[in-house]
Ligand binder design. Structure first.
Ligand code: TXA
Ligand code: MG
Length: 305
């Protein structure tokens, strides 16, 4: 049946692309070991080939088959999987996650998604599944089934409707290479939660760069202006917290960061559909999950992070 888990598994096995729900954002999934399927992902998204993909696996045992985890990586996996944390570690199996999926790197990004249907499909498929966010490159990630189909549905053999994504921003990406711990992308698992478990995240120096962190990213068509106190002519204002009465929508009327994250991309897309001259977004505090929200907003506004 179209849209069923078995149909999605069959499509993956046949080398097709599948829209797959996760708890963070919708993914565009393919067999990580099939270079032609992986090439089709880059093609559909218009994604530069130097930007590697995340391998999604059903559990930590599967992760250990494709990546080499040290003690701290194992501790993070035990604490946060299934869930919105991606661990970058040395690659163990270069076949199961092909060169193109890793953009030729000796490392691989791995996560176990916290969405039951995603894990069920991956487990039934029986191997790692690469899944970048299902948007075309540079655009806001889709957090609803309809938005995912609108973005990249044209390229897919199957699409699984898993409802709205409850987290709403992409996973935290942590690099664990050469004994260093680096935060490559803030996300729903916060810096403080990671440090509470394994000690300080390394800062300064070059660290390990994430090839995909392009300056303009997550951007709707309309220009985005952040830290806005009020809307200018023709702009739509997205508020946050009590007191943004003038705002058309609020990311969270009560000022709740989880709610704001869950609403972020959906509201940016909704506002964009009205073709405003711009989208203004009220200030969001930088603590906890706010770090991820502000990271996405700064990139949508065109600031290099
Ligand atoms: O929440 C998520 O992570 C979503 C859902 C669908 O799982 N996926 C996602 O994938 O956000 P994508 O491709 O949009 O972002 C992957 C990020 C990119 O910034 C990429 O550069 C980085 O992970 N990445 C992947 N492999 C890497 C590696 N070996 N070294 C450094 N960064 C890597
Ligand atoms: Mg993305």
């Amino acid at each position: 049946m179209r849209g069923s888990d078995p149909a999605a598994v069959a499509a993956l096995k046949a080398g097709g692309l599948v829209i797959l729900p996760t708890e963070t954002v919708y993914g565009l999934a393919a067999d990580a070991g099939n270079p032609r399927a992986v090439a089709a992902i880059f093609e559909a998204k218009g994604r530069p080939r130097f930007n590697p993909l995340i391998a999604h696996v059903a559990d930590a045992v599967e992760a250990g088959r494709i990546a080499v985890f040290d003690d701290r990586a194992r501790a993070l996996a035990a604490a946060f999987w299934p869930g919105p944390l991606t661990i970058v570690a040395p690659v163990r199996d270069r076949e199961r996650v092909c060169d193109l999926a890793r953009a030729g790197l000796d490392s691989v990004a791995v996560r176990v998604p916290g969405h039951d249907r995603a894990r069920a499909v991956i487990a039934a498929f029986g191997g790692p599944v690469v899944a970048p966010s299902a948007n075309r490159s540079g655009r806001p990630s889709p957090t609803t089934y309809a938005d995912a189909v609108e973005e990249t549905g044209f390229a897919t053999a199957e699409a699984v409707d898993g409802g709205d994504c409850i987290v709403g921003v992409e996973s935290t990406v942590v690099s664990m290479l050469d004994g260093r711990v680096t935060l490559l992308r803030p996300g729903a698992v916060t810096r403080a939660e990671i440090e509470a478990l394994i000690g300080p995240i390394d800062t300064g120096g070059d660290g390990h760069r994430s090839p995909g962190r392009l300056a303009l990213h997550y951007a709707p068509d309309a220009p985005v202006r952040i830290e806005a106190m009020q809307a200018r002519d023709g702009e739509i204002l997205l508020g946050f917290g009590p007191g943004s009465g003038e705002a058309r929508w609020s990311l969270s009327p009560s000022g709740d960061l989880r709610e704001a994250a869950a609403n972020l991309f959906r509201r940016l897309r909704e506002a964009d559909r009205e073709r405003p001259t711009g989208i203004a977004v009220a200030p969001v505090p930088d603590q906890g999950l706010g770090e991820a929200i502000n990271d996405r907003l700064r990139r949508a506004a065109g600031f290099v992070g």
